[in-house]
Structure formats: structure tokens, C-alpha cells
Design a protein around this ligand. Sequence first.
Ligand code: UDX
Ligand code: UDX
Length: 480
Amino acid sequence: MVSTCIQNICCIGAGYVGGPTMAVIADRCPNIQVNVVDLNESRIKDWNNSDLSKLPIYEPGLDEVVERARGRNLHFSTNVKSAIENADMVFISVNTPTKSKGVGAGKASDLRWVEACAREVAKYSKKHTIVVEKSTLPVRTAEVIKSILSSAQKEDNKHDEPKTFEVLSNPEFLAEGTAIKDLENPDRILIGGENISAVEALAQIYGQWVPNENILRTNLWSSELSKLTANAFLAQRISSINSVSALCEVTGADVNEVAKAIGTDTRIGSKFLKSGPGFGGSCFKKDILNLTYLCRHFGLPEVAEYWENVVKLNDWQQERIARLVVQKLFGTLAGKKISLLGFAFKANTNDTRESPAIMIAKRLLEEGAELAIYDPKVEGYQIKSCLSDTTLNVNNANSNKYTVNNDGRWGSAEDIYSSLKGADAALILTEWEEFKNLNWSEIAPIMRQPAWIFDARAIANQEAIKAAGLNIWRVGDGSE
Ligand code: UDX
Ligand code: UDX
């Protein structure tokens, strides 16, 4: 099959997706020069830090990949113009948050940065350039990109080699915390596009380490929609099991046992059935809201409502955990110290975007609690920026805002023990390995009795907690 051979890649956006993805491409394709550019100078400085523990994002294994490729064929800079000029292929990997105002506020994706990138590519490219959508985008965004690029194509008359473009969709399915593993050994690579030669040029890159049968080729719109659908399905499983967790608690069942029993049915499968404080992260909520916006736009309100409930249930799970803490602590948190163990939205990442810990912490602060927050990878300044916005999105699907009357105080604790010292309760919100085997008989005497352990991830050793004389609540456990 005829395909263009790619020698030089530019990626706009050095974030959680662009950075690790390009690092792995550069690692696996030493003959391709990969230039990752970003407007954020300090982020680029961090990517270039010779101390690999200071990379801007924490991902297991990322440092080794960067060490092998950086300076050889992986480069990080803020020079967008020159990176585009030299590129045969440009990945757009900028953020696409939910719009905060205007048409579609609270639901539609804000495409201003994607549009800005398309304009930059239109302006600076000098030859045939394949533009790859890496960011998660609403269906038919490729149309917007194409129309911006085609106007540049028409205006161009000064280059020897004609300035032409092809647009591909190549959504990223990596999960944070396992990004390198997911990139090196993906379940599938999805490439959507109309031009076979462009599709094959990208397939050839992934073909360096991914078996051809795992590289799926589809049309543009299927590819764009598959990404939103995949995230919606994953999120739906979490809301489903969380809804069952509440039912377990009142019926005497145990959600872990139920998850195991249903997950062994190969038609259901065992993954994404872990009950917890609700899903967080930059993608699930944003993508579902975006999906519901599209459904309404295309006159499908019933479909929109169906998916909106996945988000509503997720909000409810967080609310109910916060309420439960208040209730178990005799209806008031005023002056009580609560240790929050974990602030990241999941383990093995320092990312706090949409973390369930944010909503829960705000609720507890509203009740007057004194929170001692400990997370092994999240810095105090990150927690501060999450908690300084005192608005809460309640029922996000309907975009209702609520201002917290913040009576409590919080501080970030240096270590687990200082977070627990004198605490009336501990609330485990992230499934960090170090929270799984805590020495509860040592911890119990330093807490104020009667003390509670709220295990919202169902990871702690329940027997050891009980043996230490502590009260325990575990998500989805109705066996008490
Ligand atoms: C990704 C995807 O790209 C997004 O579509 C998905 O839905 C969420 O995950 P992510 O890599 O996590 O985004 O975003 P982020 O870590 O915020 O990185 C985006 C980067 O793009 C930032 O460093 C930002 O400075 C940069 N950027 C943004 C530019 O360089 N130029 C712009 O015009 C806009
Ligand atoms: C997700 C998708 O998995 C990935 O394919 C897509 O590219 C980006 O969005 P990510 O958000 O990084 O990845 O992490 P993921 O592992 O999916 O977890 C999302 C949230 O769901 C986390 O808050 C996690 O704790 C929660 N979760 C996950 C559960 O509560 N239970 C589970 O069984 C699995």
C-alpha cells in the first residue's frame, strides 16, 4: 500500500496525553524526530529537567522512556512555528475542557485551543502535512479543522511543494497511572480517516511495536465517536457498581463479592467493577457531558438523559459518602479532625482533576471539619487550588452551582501519621498501595476515640482495623 513515510512529527500540547504518547513514539521509532511543543514555558522547562524526578507529570516508567529518547529524537520546546514548519505530521493534543459560559456552557467542549492549533498549522506548515486529532473531541470536529486548513491551502501560492493537508482522528485510550504500559501494549490503536495513504502513514508508526491486527481503521466520525463512547461505557460501569454498593450496604450484601460474582461471567467481565467514591479524572465527566450535548443537538433528548444519569449517580455517590461521615460522627464535624488519605483521582498519578476528594473535602469543610490531607504525590499548592474555588457543581448534568459556606480548615500533612494524630476519623479516598497495609494497632492509640475509619476504596485490612478497636465503614459492605 502507498503511504507517506513520516520523518518528523510535531505534537502541540505537552500534557498528560501528549507528553507520554510522544515519549513512547520517539522511544519506539528512533528514526523519527519528535518535537513536542507547548505554550506553557514552565511545563517545557520541567520536561527538559535533567533531574528526571522533576518531570511535570508523574507516571510509572515515564522517566526511563524519556531518558532513552530525550535529546536523541525527542525534543521539548515552546517553538511552535519551527516545529510545525518541519513536520510531516502534527498531533493536536491540547486540552478540551467543558465550556464554562456561552452556548453549551457546562456541557459542550471548549474547542478554542483546538481551533487555535489548526490555525497555527494552517499558517506555518510549508508542505503536505497530516494533522492528527489526539485530543478527545466532539464528533465532526475534524470538519472544523479541515475547513480552517483548506482555506490556508487555497491561499497558498508561494511554496514549491504545495501546501496540502489530511486530517486523521487517533484517539488515545491510555489511563493515567498506567500510561506507559497502555502505550507500549495497547488493546488497540484506532485511526479514523478518509485518505488511505495518510491512515497508513500513521499506522506504519504504530506498526513499529503494535501488531497490525490491533490497529483499527475506521471512518473519521466512527473514530471520534468511539472515544466518547468508550469513556461513557467505562464510566457507566462505575456508576452501575456504585449504585449497587448503596444497595449492598442496606441489604447485607458485600459489593466486592457481588462484583466478583458478576465479573466472572465472561459477557460482563471483571474490569471496572470496583466500587469507590465515584470516578474522577479529566475525561469521564467531560466526555459524557459532551456526548449528552451532542445528543440534544441532534434531537435525541432520551439518549442524552440516559447518559446524564451516569454523571448524576457519580455526584450522588460522593454526596452520600460525605453525608455518611457526618452522620457517623454524631451529626457534627465542628472542631473535629479528619484525616483524608489520598487526594489524587486514582493511585499512581499526581492528577487531581475532578477528583472525588475535592467534592467530599468541600462538603466536610462546610460542616466545620479540620482536614489533614495526605497524598504521597499531590503537592499542597495543588490541593489549595482545588479547594480555593468554593463553588460546588451539584448535579453536574444540570450545571447547578452551589457555593460552599466554608467553615472548616484544612492543611496538608507531611506523612500518614501526622495526618492521623488526634484525628476523630480517617477517610481513605485514593487506593494508594501504602494505605493498604497500615499498622492499625499503632494508629489506634494516636487517634481520638471513638474513632472511625471510612474506607471509600475498600482496600484497608478490615479485620486489623476492628482488632485495633476502631470503627469501620467500608463502601458497599452491608455485612455488619
Ligand atoms: C488530554 C486530551 O488531549 C484531552 O482531549 C482529553 O480530553 C484530556 O486529556 P491532557 O493532556 O490531559 O489532555 O491536557 P493537559 O495536561 O491540560 O495538556 C494540554 C497542554 O496543551 C497544556 O500543557 C497546555 O499548555 C497546552 N496547550 C494548550 C498549548 O500548548 N497550546 C494551546 O493552544 C492550548
Ligand atoms: C480514562 C480511560 O480509562 C482512558 O481509556 C481514557 O483515555 C481516559 O480516561 P483515566 O481517567 O486516566 O482513564 O483513569 P481510569 O483508570 O479510567 O479511572 C477513572 C476513574 O474511575 C478514577 O477515578 C478511578 O478511581 C475510577 N474507577 C476506575 C473506579 O472507581 N472503579 C473502577 O473499577 C475503575
